[in-house]
Design a protein. Structure first.
Length: 78
């Protein structure tokens, strides 16, 4: 097994509408974090940005479905 380095990750930022508070951020973070390969999620209601770090590029439809499940709308990549 090899050690993972920072180069083994992909970081993508998405624009999400409807987030207004910390609870919203938590809901989006929880749903997106459940996707395979996701290492970290940072949702910021004030900017509407969700930054996802993953082991490989994620299927945008899967991210969209996770955001929808949280009750918000993924507009696209930021």
């Amino acid at each position: 097994m090899t050690a993972e380095t920072a180069t083994d990750t992909v970081t993508t930022t998405y624009r999400v509408t409807g987030m207004t508070c910390g609870h919203c951020e938590g809901a989006v973070t929880e749903e997106v974090s459940a996707l395979d390969g996701v290492r970290s999620v940072e949702a910021v209601a004030a900017t509407g940005l969700v930054t996802v770090t993953s082991a490989a590029a994620l299927d945008e439809a899967a991210v969209r479905a996770a955001v929808d499940e949280a009750g918000f709308e993924l507009v696209g990549r930021a």
